[in-house]
Ligand binder design. Structure first.
Ligand SMILES: [Zn+2]
Length: 337
């Protein structure tokens, strides 16, 4: 099935040496702008032949660690520092980022559930399609920077996935370790089919994902991890020179083997987490309580750990609804190989 060409056009030349700041332009026509465009900022830094990397943030618009780190990198990376080509897109879903939301206000689209995308679809699906068919084929390695956004807080980690191609899996795992976050993870996705991750991996390219905090803000500690990690990623894959910088403590390896890692609420109310992010829990231990806010005198519902491990993610807001992920517990392992 052949798709028509993408309506998106780039104002930069991906083959030109030097530093270019421009846009990926997607034509739109609405009440605010009859002949308008969604303008996705892009920076290309190229210096001769060599590997090509795509660095992306703002796939979800409220995940600020990656957005901030990539805006800073785009301001500072010089062509003479690069071997090959680095393409930086700090806000893939720029309509969502502009309003500080996970999803797009234009169509409600969650970009990371819209891949491989569709050139005839919604704005969000058109963005996904452009990355799948035009950006990913340009590069060898992709680093997609996520965090928890407004509704989750997540320990800083870089992750790769189990893949059928074991060489591809190994190269991605090495990149995830080299990122140098306090934790490296082999990640199980609840819904892999429509992720950017899968669109990249299915083209045989190396994909590293991160989660770098959350809560809809940044902290100095997490920004340091994000910026160090982006630099380590570029060093590891040969795009810039330098020494890899590791975390201050030995890196912890964690595995998320199946869906039992995710604890989801079956109640609506006020959430009290009883375990701190990064803390170890035993199977059966109380993780959280949900209180009925409609009356006093009602005992809270207790949620227990379905497995032993480390609390790697938690719901950030105290108000919880049925179906919300309350906690994610990953297994600490000696090795991810
Ligand atoms: Zn995300």
């Amino acid at each position: 099935m052949s798709k028509r060409p993408s309506p998106i056009s780039a104002t930069v030349d991906f083959d030109a040496d030097g530093v270019q700041h421009g846009f990926l332009k997607l034509p739109i026509s609405n009440d605010e702008s009859a002949w308008g465009a969604v303008m996705i900022p892009v920076t290309v830094v190229k210096n001769g032949e060599g590997p090509s990397a795509l660095l992306t943030g703002g796939n979800h618009g409220d995940e600020y660690e990656g957005i901030t780190a990539l805006l800073k990198l785009a301001n500072t990376l010089k062509a003479e520092d690069v071997h090959g080509r680095v393409i930086i897109v700090p806000m893939m879903n720029v309509p969502a980022a502009k309003v500080g939301r996970r999803t797009s206000p234009m169509d409600g689209g969650n970009l990371n559930r819209s891949f491989p995308g569709n050139p005839d679809g919604t704005v969000t699906e058109q963005i996904a399609d452009y990355f799948t068919r035009y950006m990913v084929p340009l590069v060898d390695v992709v680093l997609d920077l996520h965090s928890g956004g407004r509704t989750l807080d997540i320990i800083p980690f870089a992750a790769s996935h189990l893949l059928d191609d074991k060489d591809q899996q190994r190269q991605a795992l090495e990149g995830a370790k080299a990122f140098g976050a306090p934790t490296a993870m082999m990640m199980f996705e609840l819904d892999a089919a429509r992720l950017f991750d899968t669109a990249v991996e299915s083209q045989g390219k190396i994909f590293v994902a991160t989660e770098l905090g959350g809560g809809g803000t940044t902290t100095p500690e997490r920004m340091e991890i994000a910026e160090r990690g982006v630099r380590n990623f570029l060093i590891h894959y040969g795009l810039v020179d330098g020494e890899l910088a590791g975390p201050s403590q030995p890196q912890v390896y964690v595995d998320m083997p199946d869906a039992s890692c995710y604890v989801q609420s079956e109640h609506t109310g006020l959430l009290e987490l009883t375990v701190t992010l990064g803390e170890m829990v035993e199977k059966g231990e109380v993780l959280a309580r949900v209180y009925d806010m409609t009356r006093t005198g009602a005992m809270p519902v207790e949620y227990h750990a379905q497995r032993s491990g480390v609390l790697v993610a938690r719901r950030f807001p105290s108000l919880v609804n049925m179906g919300d992920t309350i906690a994610v517990i990953a297994e600490v392992v000696d090795s991810l190989d």
